[in-house]
Design a protein around this ligand. Structure first.
Ligand code: SF4
Length: 589
């Protein structure tokens, strides 16, 4: 049975030492998102800047990790370089299972290493090694070197950053086991600020499985549901890239810096085209029978030796939207080349693609010149984008250094804020309408996954402010439950409350199993308290003009609805954090 307290490894990079903390809270914050928020409340420095050495970099898993399929994610929490507020990012790969086998519920890293270093942890060891020779090394070569340095197959997970993370880019990701990422809000820079190039988690211990027949029976049942239902078809065979043609067909795909939402030339980068022309194989996070990771290939020719090098590049809807549709690159292999370049720099592909789409329009309009962009940017020009991606990762000049801090920061300096496609951070790949725009702009992670606003837009034609806000609050709460467990969101059709309760009971978490909705509500509140406590003001969020000009399947965006929705959702968030959404109105009575 699972222990009823959390076992947290606390590491101080300044001394290279660690200790284990035992914390209560399993029945109140569960794990994952809830545990990360609790740990930030305990160890975070809300009033200090994101790169203060004392800020914690937090990794957490959930109670069902290792016990049931698709409980495969790790939550990473930190103070973000993007907005200097609390942030959360999620990734799969082998990280979660490695932490479970290393016998930790969470890892909290504080301090700053004296030189560029790699941290290795396991169930019985902690080791901090100088890796100054990796400075500036791209993410793929870094991975190769770390794999050689740290032997051990099985449950070994390698997290690392590229040049962007070392340069403090707010778009820097943390790569996990090559094909997964803590992508958004600059986790890579939070790691770089600690002089940490890599983290190796050795799952070198074990954990006991429940005795008796009930647990294996339940495991089998859940496993069967994962593989017998349409999940295999939806995520393994087609995968999220199938959304490209669907969204294009209903005028909801952001194209050419959101100047358009549909274009026949998108045919060259649909999921079907990628699968037909580029797909090499599928991969999976540890222990996942679905295997939704699609790997295409890029071919590089070495002229002098007349030989070719093939590299595998993972693709999904979001990367294709950002490096393809937004840049109007409509050839699948060209998109993979751009993604491969972003990957090597250690950039979040969504942020980088959307930022470069803005830079291209700014260049076309004469707001910035070659002096700034260093490359003549033009929609559809793969070669120019590959070079620009390198400048963005390297922060080659003042323009790219500022752009790497966020598109709006560059727009404020050079102009062009009206057409910056930023909703809290660079937008996700949906132009479905008002509810999605508000959901991402105000969502806690500014992620397309905070709540299903994109699906609400497609199912509800008539404006309904109260109904949409109710949906966003409830859907966020349901997702918070899953991200505290920490389940892959693709399994949300299987992991309903009843199944989750049964799973929790089977490993001995009966109190939690009986209180799921209440616990989810409490975690939702705790996260918002922390986010607002680090400076987020939902009422101060603005949505750039470009979003008001969008044509979707419902016609032009309804500006009045968008504004009303934004204000009402901001009120709801403030109320969720336990504050009075309208204090002035209360006083005047
Ligand atoms: S469905 Fe995909 S993202 Fe989810 S756990 Fe499986 S491989 Fe990972």
């Amino acid at each position: 049975m699972i222990r009823d307290h959390f076992k947290i490894l606390l590491v101080d990079l300044a001394t290279g030492k660690g200790r284990i903390e035992t914390l209560d809270g399993r029945d109140t914050v569960m794990g994952g998102s809830g545990l990360a928020a609790m740990l930030f409340r305990k160890y975070g420095l809300p009033d200090r800047p994101w790169d203060d050495p004392g800020q914690p970099l937090i990794f957490t898993i959930g109670p069902l990790t290792g016990y049931f399929p698709l409980m495969s994610k790790t939550v990473c929490a930190f103070k973000s370089p993007y907005h200097d507020q609390y942030a959360e990012s999620h990734a799969g790969g082998r990280s979660a299972l490695s932490l479970r086998f290393a016998d930790y519920d969470g890892l909290v890293i504080r301090g700053k290493a004296p030189s560029l270093s790699c941290l290795s942890i396991g169930s019985k060891h902690l080791d901090l090694r100088d890796v100054h020779f990796l400075r500036g090394m791209d993410l793929l070569k870094t991975g190769k070197t770390l794999r050689r340095m740290y032997h051990g197959a099985g449950h070994r997970s390698i997290l690392r950053i590229g040049p962007a993370g070392e340069n403090g880019s707010a778009m820097a990701c943390i790569n996990v086991d090559t094909y997964r990422h803590f992508g958004r809000l600059g986790g890579g820079a939070a790691m770089g600020a600690k002089n940490l190039k890599g983290i190796v988690i050795m799952g070198d211990g074990s954990f006991p499985l429940p005795e008796g027949k009930a647990y294996p029976r339940l495991f089998e049942e859940v496993y069967r549901k994962m593989t017998d239902t349409d999940m295999m078809e939806k995520y393994h065979n087609s995968g999220t890239p199938i959304n490209m043609a669907v969204l294009n067909g209903i005028h909801a795909l952001p194209i050419r810096n959101l100047q358009k939402t549909s274009d026949p030339d998108i045919e060259g980068i649909t999921g079907e085209t990628f699968a037909r022309d580029t797909l090499l194989r599928n991969a999976a996070c540890a222990g996942c029978p679905v295997g939704c990771i699609h790997l295409g290939f890029v071919r590089e020719r070495f002229m002098e030796e007349n030989r070719y090098l093939y590299r595998q590049v993972s693709y999904d809807h979001e990367p294709i939207f950002a490096a393809g549709a937004m840049l109007r690159v409509t050839d699948a292999f060209s998109v993979l080349s751009i993604l491969d370049t972003m990957e090597r720099e250690g950039l979040d592909v969504m942020s980088a693609g959307v930022a470069l789409a803005w830079a291209t329009e700014a260049f076309e309009k004469g707001i910035v010149s070659l002096k700034e962009t260093l490359v003549p940017l033009s929609f559809g020009d793969k070669k120019a984008y590959c070079r620009a991606v390198h400048h963005l990762g390297a922060a080659s000049n003042e323009f790219y250094a500022l752009l790497a801090q966020g598109t709006l920061k560059a727009a404020r300096r050079y102009g062009g804020a009206d057409f910056a496609c930023v909703l809290g951070q660079e937008m996700g790949g949906y132009a479905t309408g008002e509810v999605f725009f508000v959901s991402q702009a105000l969502g806690l992670r500014h992620s397309h996954l905070d709540a299903g606003g994109y699906s609400y837009d497609q199912k509800n034609k008539e404006p309904d402010v109260a109904g949409a806000v109710r949906f966003l609050v409830q859907d966020e709460q349901a997702r918070v439950l899953l991200t505290s467990l920490v389940s892959c969101l693709f399994a949300r059709g299987v992991y309903g409350n009843e199944v989750v309760s049964e799973c929790l009971r089977s490993i001995g978490c009966t109190t939690l199993a009986d209180r799921l909705p209440a616990v989810a509500g409490d975690i939702q509140q705790l996260r918002w308290k922390i986010r607002l406590g680090t400076g987020f003001d939902p009422h101060a969020v603005t949505i750039p003009k470009r979003f008001f000009e969008v044509e979707t399947w419902r016609g032009r965006i309804d500006a009045a609805y968008l504004e009303a929705l934004k204000n009402a959702y901001a009120d709801a968030i403030v109320a969720l954090a336990g504050l009075d959404p309208n204090p002035a109105a209360g006083k005047s009575g």
